[in-house]
Design a protein around this ligand. Structure first.
Ligand code: TGC
Ligand code: FAD
Length: 390
C-alpha cells in the first residue's frame, strides 16, 4: 500500500534537510499533540497548555522559524511550510499558535519594528517564553480591515488607543498584542501593547464549535496610553498588516494539507477494517473512487504548495499566488475532511477519530486569513485589473 502523500513521490522534490525537519515536527506532533488533542478539543485548550506548547515549539525552533536573527531559526520557506503541514496534521489550532506567533506577531515586529523593539521582544518570542497576538479584525470589519474603527490619537509624545478587536488568536494569553489602528492623519499604524497596560483587556471568546484547541479573544482598548516607542516605525498603511498576512497565508497553504492528509489516513485505515455487507469497506468500488479522488487532490495541493514555497524562497512570490494556494488548498482540504467523514459513518462524528475535528477546524481556516471569497476577488483582480473592493 502507498501512503496518500507518496503516490506521486513528491518527497523526492525535498532536500534531505527539509525532510529531516519535517520528520522532527511530525515526531513532536505524535508525542505532544496526538495523545491530548481530543481532550484539548473537548474541554477547550487552557491558557497554561498554550504556554507549554509555545515553550516546546520554541525549543524546536518553530517560532518565527523562517525569520533571521534575534534567536530565530532562519530556515527556508519550504521548511516553514512543511512544519505547518505537520502541525496541522495534529490540529489546526496548534498550527495557528505557530502561525500567529511567527508569521503575524513576530513578523510584524521583525519587518516593521525598530531595532530596540526587535531586541526587546523577538528573542523571548522565538523561545516561546513570550506570546504575541495580532489584532486586525474588528467586530464590524473582517474582510475589509480598511474600515477599522480603532483609533490612535497623539497626546504629547504619547499615543492613546480606543477600539475593539475581535476573533484574536491567543489574545488572552499574549504578553504583547500587535494592534493596528487608524491615526489622526488617517494612516494605519501598528502598536505594541503589552499585556497589563491600563485600559487594555482581552476577554476570551467561548462557545466555539471550531478551533477549540486554540484560544480566541476580543481585545478591548479603552484610553490605552502608550509611549512613542510603542509604534512600529517602518510602516504607515494597510500594507503593514497585509504583508504579515501573506506570511501566515503561505503557512496555511501547506498546513491545510496536513489536516486533509490526517483525515485521509484515518479513512483508509478505517475502511480496511470496517466490514459492510460481509466485506471490507475498502474493497468497494465507490469507496476506492472516493479515496482515489481525495488522494489526487491532496497530491495536486502538495505540488502547488511546494511550487509556491520555491517561489517564496526565490523571492518572487506574489500575493495573488498566495491567494491561489490558500483558496485551493483550504477548499480541497475541507472537502476531503467531509468526504472522509462519510467513510467513517457514525464513528466519524466522534472525537475518537480526527475527521470531524479537522473538518470543523477547517471551517475557521476557510474564513480566517482572508475568506475564500476574498481570495477569489484578489485572483479576479489579478486577472482583470479591476478591483471588486472599491
Ligand atoms: P488595497 O487598497 O488593495 O491595499 C492597501 C495597501 O496594502 C497593500 N497591499 C498589500 N501589501 C502586501 N500584501 C498584500 N497581500 C497586499 N494587499 C494589498 C497595497 O499595495 C496598499 O499599499 P499602499 O502602500 O499603497 O497603501 O486594500 P483594500 O482595502 O482594497 O483591501 C484588499 C483586501 C480585501 C484584499 C484586503 O483587505 C484583505 O486581504 N482582506 C482580508 C482580511 C484578512 O485576511 N484578515 C485576516 C486577519 S488575521 C487572521 O485572520 C489570523 S487567523 C489566525 C491564524 O492564522 O492561525
Ligand atoms: P465578513 O468580512 O463579515 O464576511 C462575511 C461573508 O461575506 C464571508 O463569506 C465573506 O467572504 C463575504 N464577503 C466579504 N466581503 C465580500 C465581497 N466584497 N464580496 C463578496 N463576499 C464578501 N483576525 C485577526 O485579526 N487576528 C487573529 O488572530 C484572528 N484569529 C482568528 C481565529 C479564528 C478562530 C477565527 C474564526 C477568525 C480569526 N480572525 C482573526 C478573524 C478573521 O480574519 C475574520 O473572521 C475574517 O477575516 C473574515 O471576517 P468576518 O468574520 O468579519 O467576515
Amino acid at each position: 500500500m502507498t501512503s496518500p502523500l507518496e503516490l506521486l513521490s513528491v518527497d523526492h522534490l525535498l532536500s534531505e534537510e527539509e525532510r529531516d525537519l519535517r520528520d522532527a515536527v511530525a515526531h513532536f506532533v505524535d508525542d505532544r499533540v496526538r495523545p491530548s488533542i481530543a481532550d484539548w478539543y473537548e474541554d477547550g485548550l487552557s491558557e497554561s497548555a498554550v504556554r507549554e506548547l509555545a515553550l516546546e515549539a520554541g525549543k524546536l525552533g518553530l517560532l518565527g522559524m523562517h525569520l533571521t536573527g534575534y534567536g530565530c531559526a532562519g530556515t527556508n520557506a519550504v521548511s516553514y511550510g512543511l512544519a505547518c503541514m505537520e502541525l496541522e496534521a495534529g490540529d489546526s489550532g496548534v498550527r495557528s499558535l505557530v502561525s500567529v506567533q511567527g508569521s503575524l506577531a513576530m513578523f510584524a515586529i521583525w519587518k516593521f519594528g525598530s531595532e530596540e523593539q526587535k531586541q526587546h521582544w523577538l528573542p523571548g518570542m522565538a523561545a516561546g517564553e513570550l506570546i504575541g497576538c495580532f489584532g486586525l479584525t474588528e467586530p464590524d470589519f473582517g474582510s475589509n480591515p480598511a474600515g477599522m474603527r480603532t483609533r490612535a490619537r497623539r497626546d504629547g509624545d504619547d499615543w492613546v488607543l480606543d477600539g475593539t478587536k475581535m476573533w484574536i488568536t491567543n489574545g488572552s494569553v499574549a504578553d504583547v498584542a500587535v494592534v493596528w489602528a487608524r491615526c489622526d492623519d488617517d494612516k494605519v499604524r501598528g502598536f505594541l501593547v503589552p499585556a497589563g497596560t491600563p485600559g487594555f483587556t482581552a476577554p476570551k471568546i467561548g462557545k466555539k464549535l471550531s478551533l477549540r484547541a486554540s484560544v480566541t479573544s476580543e481585545l478591548v482598548l479603552e484610553g490605552v496610553r502608550l509611549p512613542a516607542s510603542a509604534v512600529l516605525p517602518e510602516v504607515s498603511s494597510l500594507r503593514g498588516p497585509l504583508s504579515c498576512l501573506n506570511e501566515a497565508r503561505f503557512g496555511i497553504v501547506f498546513g491545510a494539507l496536513g489536516a486533509a492528509r490526517d483525515c485521509l489516513a484515518a479513512a483508509i485505515s478505517y475502511a480496511q477494517t470496517r466490514e459492510v455487507f460481509d466485506r471490507p469497506l475498502a474493497s468497494f468500488q465507490l469507496t476506492q473512487a472516493k479515496l482515489a479522488d481525495m488522494a489526487l487532490e491532496l497530491q495536486k495541493g502538495y505540488l502547488l504548495a511546494l511550487h509556491l514555497g520555491r517561489l517564496k524562497d526565490a523571492g518572487t512570490l506574489r500575493p495573488e499566488q498566495v491567494s491561489l494556494g490558500k483558496l485551493n488548498n483550504v477548499r480541497e482540504a475541507l472537502a476531503i475532511a467531509r468526504e472522509c467523514r462519510t467513510i467513517l459513518g457514525a464513528n466519524g462524528i466522534t472525537l475518537e477519530y480526527p475527521v470531524l475535528r479537522h473538518a470543523n477546524n477547517l471551517e475557521s481556516v476557510l474564513t480566517y486569513e482572508g475568506t475564500s471569497e476574498v481570495h477569489q476577488l484578489v485572483i479576479g483582480q489579478a486577472l482583470t485589473g479591476q478591483s471588486a473592493f472599491s
